[in-house]
Structure formats: C-alpha cells, structure tokens
Design a protein around this ligand. Sequence first.
Ligand code: SF4
Ligand code: MG
Length: 334
Amino acid sequence: SDKLLEVNNLHVSFKTHGGEVHAVRGVAFDIKQGETLAIVGESGCGKSVTSLAVMGLLPKPNGKIIDGSIRFKGTEMTTLTPKKMRRIQGVNVSMIFQDPMTALNPTLTIGSQLTEGIIHQKKVSRKEAHQKAIEMLHMVGLSNGEQRMKQYPYQFSGGMRQRIVIAMALICEPDLIIADEPTTALDVTIQAQILELFDHIQEETGVSMIMITHDLGVVAKTADRVAVMYAGKIVEMGSKRDIFYRAKHPYTQALLNAIVRVDIPADTLKPIEGAPPDLFAPPDGCAFCERCPFAMEVCQHVQPPTSMVDENHAVDCWLLDKRADTIRQKVEIL
Ligand code: SF4
Ligand code: MG
C-alpha cells in the first residue's frame, strides 16, 4: 500500500475533573508518502489530540484511545503497549510544536541536543552524528554549523530556534513529521520563511507531513489535502482546491468567510457566531447544529452521514444527503 498512515474510526476520551470528555469521535484519514495533510479547526476541536494519539503520546493515565485503528506502514499501533508504540513512533514520526523552547533544553548546547536523539535511536558514532547535525543545520538554512553547534538556545532568535527544532525533527530521517501550529508563535515574515522551509525539506527528503493549524493561510501555503475538524470529527475532507474553492460543509464555508482577505475590507468579515458544543455530552445530531444557518430538524437528531462529492471529497452534512428529505419527514412525525 502507498499509505504511510491510515487512521480509522478513532475515538479518544479524556478524564477530567468535570468528567469524561469525548475529544475525538470517529476520525478517519490517511497519508501517502511525501504528501502534506493539513488538519484545520478551532482550538478544542480535537486536532492536537488526534496527533498525540497517532504519536502514542496521549497524557497518561487520563487520555485513552477507546476505539478505532491506527496503522503505520501496515502495522496496527493501537494493540501495542503504549511503550512499544512510542518506541516505534519515536523513530518514525517527529513532532514539532508551537513554542520551540519547549523542545529545547536551555542548559545544553545545540550540538548535544541535535546529536543526542540520533546517537540513541540510530546507534551512530559521535563523529557521524556531528556530521549529520551540521548537514541538518545547513538544510534548515543555518550556515556556520560548527560554530552553531557550540551555542545555547538563548543565543538564537525565535525563528532560528524553530529552524533548530526542525533540524532535530529531521535528523533521524522520520517518515512523517507532525507539526502542531509550528509558526503561530512567530511573526509574519518569519512564519512565511518557516513554511517555505517545510516545502524545501519535503522536496529534499520526501517526508510526509501533518500540519495542524487553526490558520487557513498556513493551510493554503502547505497542504496537499485538508481535513476540517469540528467538535471531535472531520466534517469535510478534500484536496486543497476542494476546500478553498468547492467547500460544501457550512462550517468550512463559515471558516472561509471569516479569513482576512486582501480583496475584502476587514469590517465585512463574519466571525462564526456561537461556540462549539460541550464534549462531555456530545450532541445526538450534527455538532454544528446550533451555529448552522441551514440547520434542519433532522440535523438535531441524527448525525449526518458522510457524502462523497467526488472520489476524494467527503462531507458530513445532511444538505448533501439524498435521503435528507425522507428522513426529515420521519423526524417530523416523531
Ligand atoms: Fe448544518 Fe445540518 Fe449540515 Fe449540520 S448537518 S452542517 S446542521 S445543514
Ligand atoms: Mg492545539
């Protein structure tokens, strides 16, 4: 199979003080070699939790995969012990977070942080690791590698630190990089440079990427395919063109209406009114119901099934379902 990662019917729950939160509710997607899937949605929609589940990094003991399948290179991950899963994913998948300082140890040189992982995981000599680290620094646009290796994180700017984190993510030659809001903490110019860097790295290495973001600008610059998440579910998935030019789900359309565009004056922007539902008690019907201008009776009672707009464009909305009229009548009778 050309699928590097296949996620099916993934359900994740969290125990909190307030009770159990059903944070991810039946998510399915796959990733091919060399492609970038963007997972986009508001904070709390389950996009980060989905990626932590894929990494085997759900916070213990409160976060739990309660159902579904995660296959990586054909191997089922959910039946492995968390420890074994983390070992496999630790070598094959790298994660990049929003704040580079959380990934860097302020008391160690860049050199020792870059080489540590590869020495442990790939059992290479210090000398080889050193060479490889300098190569990686070069790939992420940092010249003077020899000198950089001796410096500490505080000696670099935020943008440079994120480049170092990216070099760390690359050094073990992962098959997949999961980047969770990797440019959100950076200013706009640096943000654009880092996104270009991801492009460059992908061309050089063929690595696959999951780009987790709330920012459709980041999606536009990086994604091949896009999954739009809302209240723990993927509500629309398609190519970048499908999502930007042929969006069918009212939530995706609302997200697109809310983005700043140079051709539209800022005061005509329409933020999405209302808030997502509480996932302590997920709704019976469509989770977007309360905010959706097109909501029908059926939407409140029955989860919208997935409709295929075409082969690769899927939408979970009653508006696209041929049976909606019949079911609507039935619901009205109830
Ligand atoms: Fe709106 Fe109904 Fe579609 Fe949900 S299923 S997005 S409520 S029309
Ligand atoms: Mg997040």
